[in-house]
Design a protein around this ligand. Structure first.
Ligand SMILES: [Zn+2]
Length: 279
């Protein structure tokens, strides 16, 4: 069984240095969209779908604006579908997609895998289907679910993953996953906990965006964080980023020998997982 860590969309946001720690004060930060592809006994499992083919070649007006805002290179080769093919598979081999949340940079690739089961937490599904405020209407894009995904909506039923609530675990051969709610950035944002042969990987989506935030011993903020914070704090989804960091640091302090974390946009973390010998 192999695990692939993929960048499914380069995004260069002004002020990103204060979010992900790369770039400069006024220089755009080259961020990534970190997706995880796992070869299981029951087909491929993809955690988050990244940006999609249609987003790059025929974006809707709003997606065109997001792409410009992020100075995205719109490289088709970065889509999850293109990378699955480069790894020797067909897009149809992706049987399960597990979403941290439905923001356009995490769900845009769904239409490239119309046959896949799409696993999502109940509260996020409800937010997508019935957006309630300005941000939800702006950032959940109907074109990303217009194809009618084969939804699998997960609820909490009293299960626990370490010190966190979680949805009932799903086993795909030797791989197991569950959703761990970390709400704030969106109503139903979840970490995706994957049980792999070498231990647990918790993909936290945008619950945090900089590895220093979850350093268990010496947490630290990215450069210029304090300078940019007044700007980011104007926007509700940004305000909640990092809210669960204390719990995640406590998790690593207690179980760092069996749990690894990653978030979606920190290139430092993606490099770590892609390094030779990394899991
Ligand atoms: Zn994101």
């Amino acid at each position: 069984m192999r695990v692939h860590h993929l960048n499914c969309g380069t995004i260069k946001v002004i002020g990103g240095v204060a979010m992900i720690g790369t770039g400069g004060m006024l220089r755009r930060a080259p961020g990534v969209t970190h997706c995880v592809l796992v070869e299981t006994d029951e087909g491929l499992l993809l955690v988050d779908a990244g940006w999609g083919t249609r987003d790059y070649i025929a974006p809707s007006p709003l997606m065109r604006w997001y792409l410009a805002l992020g100075d995205c290179p719109r490289d088709i080769q970065e889509t999850a579908a293109a990378q699955v093919v480069r790894l020797g598979y067909a897009p149809e081999d992706v049987r399960h997609i597990v979403l941290t949340h439905f923001h356009f940079d995490h769900a845009g690739g769904l239409p490239d895998f119309p046959q896949a089961k799409v696993h999502i937490y109940r509260r996020e599904y409800e937010a997508v289907m019935q957006p309630q405020d300005f941000y939800e209407r702006l950032i959940y894009r109907p074109e990303h679910h217009a194809h009618g995904p084969d939804w699998v909506v997960h609820d909490l039923q009293g299960d626990r993953w370490f010190d966190f609530d979680c949805t009932p675990p799903v086993a795909l051969g030797s791989v197991e996953f569950c959703l761990v709610p970390l709400p704030g950035h969106t109503r139903g944002l979840c970490g995706v906990a994957l049980r792999l042969p070498d231990g647990w990987l918790l993909h936290c989506g945008d619950a945090y965006t900089f590895h220093g935030d979850v350093d268990p011993d010496n947490p630290f903020k990215p450069p210029y964080y304090r300078l940019w914070w007044p700007f980011f704090s104007l926007f509700k989804p940004f305000r909640a980023i990092g809210a669960h960091a204390p719990r995640l640091r406590a998790l690593l302090r207690a179980h760092g020998d069996e749990v690894q974390l990653t978030c979606s946009h920190d290139p430092h973390e993606l490099d770590k997982f892609c390094a030779p010998g990394a899991v």
